[in-house]
Design a protein around this ligand. Structure first.
Ligand code: FES
Length: 161
């Protein structure tokens, strides 16, 4: 009886069947470590490498198709990397301008009830020609040229001179 108390407990040695399980756990931990490292490194890299600015092709874009706008309505379109505003006035004339408010760069919109361009940030107002008429905007909106070719409405930078 006394001899059985002094015996060392039997040590289990890994058998051939437990080794694949260990390898699986090690692979799982390694993958988790790599995923965690990537989750930290990727945002840092994205911060230091700015995204490429998308240039949509020179100084002219297709802002809409004929029929997209009802009279007395407006539509925001993308002009290069900035928003533009295309308006079909109540008398059926297309007008286009930058949609970036000249006060603090909020995006303006067309207000059919006012028949004006309106900036929601500080209640700035512009006329249909982009002229600043009330509120804090210090300058007019940049006006663009509009051309209807076929069923597409092209907007381009206004050429001075
Ligand atoms: S940003 Fe447009 S009125 Fe202030």
């Amino acid at each position: 009886m006394a001899t059985s108390e002094h015996q060392l407990p039997e040590v289990k040695r890994p058998s051939a069947t437990t080794l694949p399980r260990r390898g699986f756990v090690e692979a799982l931990l390694g993958t988790g470590f790599l995923a965690t490292a990537a989750a930290f490194i990727y945002p840092v890299l994205r911060y230091f490498v700015p995204p490429q600015a998308v240039d949509l092709g020179g100084d002219s874009v297709v802002a809409a198709k004929v029929g997209d706008l009802k009279p007395n309505s407006g539509k925001i379109f993308r002009f290069g990397s900035r928003p533009g505003l295309l308006i079909l006035s109540a008398d059926g004339q297309y007008r286009a301008m930058s949609a970036v408010c000249t006060h603090l760069s909020c995006t303006v919109q067309y207000r059919p009830d006012l028949k004006e361009v309106w900036c929601a940030c500080h209640n700035g107002k512009y006329g249909l020609d982009g002229r600043n008429i009330s509120g804090p905007p210090p300058r007019p909106l940049l006006a663009y040229d509009v051309q209807v070719r076929g069923d597409e409405i092209y907007v381009s930078q206004r050429r001075e001179g």
